[in-house]
Design a protein around this ligand. Structure first.
Ligand SMILES: Cc1cc2nc3c(=O)[nH]c(=O)nc-3n(C[C@H](O)[C@H](O)[C@H](O)COP(=O)(O)OP(=O)(O)OC[C@H]3O[C@@H](n4cnc5c(N)ncnc54)[C@H](O)[C@@H]3O)c2cc1C
Length: 434
């Protein structure tokens, strides 16, 4: 997770020259009716655009690329489950990307909304924490993005605290040391419902871990439903991924992939990387003469490097960087500082170059700039198989890709289900929906 900020895994990397790279989510697929409807709305709002890259399957053993339309049905079926099903999309189905980066989507969703109204025949819930008389969604959007470290359910409401104010202002993940009450950390307020949007809240030591308490002094859990969810999430460990952002002087060197391809699944030999795409081929990205690319490892290769780093072995030395000290709340891994990222980027580039050069068959130019990102909790390894999990009586809802999987589409549908549940809990609805 890294920084606690809206955007999560859609957050881009802005390099020293101010160019943005999608180092997390690469694209959005809209295959369900709901997602297609939202995609249309977001395209109209100017925060989403179609991206139709020249797409194919790159064989790292032979160094050849075949475009999607040249693949047999059997090859397409084999690749169907790989990288968010990108090759199983029909050639007519566009991929979508946020404008100017993937993080435009959560930013758009957080904009001030139409005021929520009490539903007819229902008493409005007390919206004290959002500010009496204010539109609920607007108050949420306007608030600084706080990290929640401790949540107590008392008198039917949620009492939340976060890190001390200076750490909140820095927007940094403070690690696993949750404060136990208003006195220990930054007081966030009393809320009428709690939405749990990240499975890290269930894992002690994770950057987003939340310490839950019941109303009675010393009671460890607020309610049985939440204890059950924490138990299920706490026992599964999400899979990691590593991303590499690379820039070339586009005029001096040829493309990274053969055949003019702008995006490809990688298959064959080494198994270190699964996805490579020309970020600068996406619509709405600033053109600079630089050819900018993003590569994403397999979960297996990421896990191998992270194991080495945690053990301080040979891979650990390269990836740990000079800082070396294990990071708080990062599972014994070093913090992601500048040195760490440089070392990790060099290690990843060496592996990518090996895969792309296909045993020396292809010459590859040296990038002018490299940067890396570690996603320690990139993908849920065992989604719950439910769209969202809610408890109306205890006024909480949990949503995100850890509920039903499915990448961005699954997370959006899960969030919508949780939003509906919370509105019902609070007796709220949109004007005109009575
Ligand atoms: C490298 C990479 C590439 C990917 N590519 C694709 C792709 O091409 N297509 C696709 O569909 N999916 C892709 N995904 C998956 C996709 O990014 C996720 O499925 C999706 O972003 C999940 O959204 P979410 O809202 O569930 O979680 P997140 O995006 O992780 O959001 C959770 C939010 O909760 C916040 N948070 C956590 N703990 C706390 C706390 N205690 N207090 C306050 N806030 C907290 C976090 O800061 C974060 O903003 C990719 C993921 C990675 C890592």
């Amino acid at each position: 997770m890294g920084r606690i900020a809206p955007g999560g895994r859609t957050s881009p990397r802005i390099d020293a020259d101010g160019y943005s790279f999608d180092i997390g989510a690469q694209f959005l697929r809209a295959t369900s009716p709901a997602m297609r409807r939202w995609a249309r709305e977001w395209v109209q709002a100017g925060v989403l655009a179609e991206w139709r890259p020249v797409l194919g399957l790159y064989d790292t053993t032979s160094g050849t690329l075949r475009r999607r339309e040249q693949l047999s049905q059997q090859e397409l079926d084999t690749a169907a489950g790989s990288f968010f099903g990108v090759l199983s999309s029909s050639p007519d189905e566009p991929l979508f990307v946020g404008l100017p980066s993937m993080a435009a989507l959560p930013a758009h969703l957080l904009r001030p909304q139409q005021p929520l109204q009490p539903l007819q025949g229902q008493e409005p819930g007390p919206v004290s924490a959002l500010g009496a008389g204010e539109p609920a969604a607007a108050a949420v959007a306007a608030a600084a993005w706080p990290q929640v470290q401790s949540a107590r359910l008392a008198e039917g409401r949620w009492w939340l605290t976060g890190p001390p104010p200076q750490q909140q202002a820095d927007g940094m993940a403070a690690g696993g040391g949750a404060s136990s009450g208003a006195g220990g950390g930054g007081w966030l307020g009393v809320f009428d419902a709690l939405v749990l949007a990240d499975s890290q809240m269930a894992r002690p030591g994770a950057p987003g871990h939340i310490s839950f308490q019941g109303a009675e002094a010393g009671s460890p859990q607020p309610c049985a439903s939440l204890s059950m969810l924490l138990g299920r999430l706490g026992s599964s460990r999400p899979a990691p991924l590593l991303s590499l952002a690379l820039s070339w002087d586009g005029t001096a060197h040829g493309p990274l992939l053969p055949g003019g391809a702008q995006a490809a699944l990688l298959a064959g030999g080494g198994g270190a990387f699964q996805w490579l795409a020309e970020d600068s081929s996406k619509p709405g990205r600033s053109s600079s003469g630089l050819s900018r690319w993003v590569a994403i490892t397999t979960t297996e290769f990421a896990a191998e490097l992270l194991r080495e780093a945690a053990a301080g072995g040979s891979g650990g030395g390269a990836v740990a960087g000079a800082a070396g000290a294990p990071g708080k709340g990062t599972g014994g891994l070093p913090p992601q500082d500048a040195t760490y990222r440089v070392n990790l980027a060099e290690r990843l580039w060496a592996a990518l170059r090996t895969e792309l050069s296909a045993g020396g068959r292809r010459e590859l130019p040296t990038p002018v700039r490299l940067s890396a990102q570690r996603w320690g909790s990139a993908l849920p390894s065992a989604p719950l198989g439910q769209l969202a999990v809610c408890d109306e009586a205890a006024r909480w809802a949990a949503c995100g890709d850890f509920c039903a999987g499915g990448g961005l589409q699954g997370a959006a549908e899960s969030g919508a289900a949780a939003a509906e549940a919370v509105m019902a809990m609070l007796g709220l609805g949109l004007e005109g929906e009575r």
